[in-house]
Design a binder for this molecule. Sequence first.
Ligand SMILES: C[S@@+](CC[C@H](N)C(=O)[O-])C[C@H]1O[C@@H](n2cnc3c(N)ncnc32)[C@H](O)[C@@H]1O
Length: 206
Amino acid sequence: MSWYAEQLVPRIVHLVCSTPGVARWRRRAVEWLSGRVVEIGFGSGLNVPLYPAAVERIDAVEPRDEAWRLARRAIEASPIPIERVGVDGQRLPLADGSYDGALSTFTLCTVEDATLAVRELYRVLKPGGALHFLEHGLSPDARVARWQWRLDPLERLVADGCHLTRDVRRLVERAGFEVSWCEQRYETGPKPWSYLTVGVATKPVD
Ligand SMILES: C[S@@+](CC[C@H](N)C(=O)[O-])C[C@H]1O[C@@H](n2cnc3c(N)ncnc32)[C@H](O)[C@@H]1O
């Protein structure tokens, strides 16, 4: 793993993703989480101060040690116990049906096989459990989407595997989740990067 990906990218992500505008979206993504929660791509812990009091414990999955180090202060300040339980959202070392909630913010764009990661979240959630998600992704506007496809290879190279062209709603629906709430629109900023989707998808009760 390169020094750039391990050391620099987590710091850049921390800066770029900690703006007040993004925090407003984050708040909406974490709202209504409760009980035992697994968060994949935990990063530098930018969601930690926003978790509601109904969350009893957060199990974090994060491959980058530098991101985990950056998260330390937020973790120490949190009244909710937080533990790093894994390093790869595509292979969770966690029991089936063991979580009330799951969270992914700006992570399904980066995980190499996002289909696998969403299937893993489906597996570890209890029936009735909810996946909360906030992601940037493929725009419905043909002109913007064309640019996203053009820029995608460069984005993957400079942003540690991040894709501009993923459709998170489709990803979660294809894994078997039922989307109970979803909002999509542009945030301020260049359009290829700023088409955001926030939502909640539930694992059906058999
Ligand atoms: C753009 S950052 C977002 C960080 C954080 N979720 C946030 O909202 O600020 C993407 C995160 O996904 C993590 N990541 C990359 N591959 C992953 C994988 N296979 N499993 C879990 N996390 C992964 C990266 O290390 C990084 O922390």
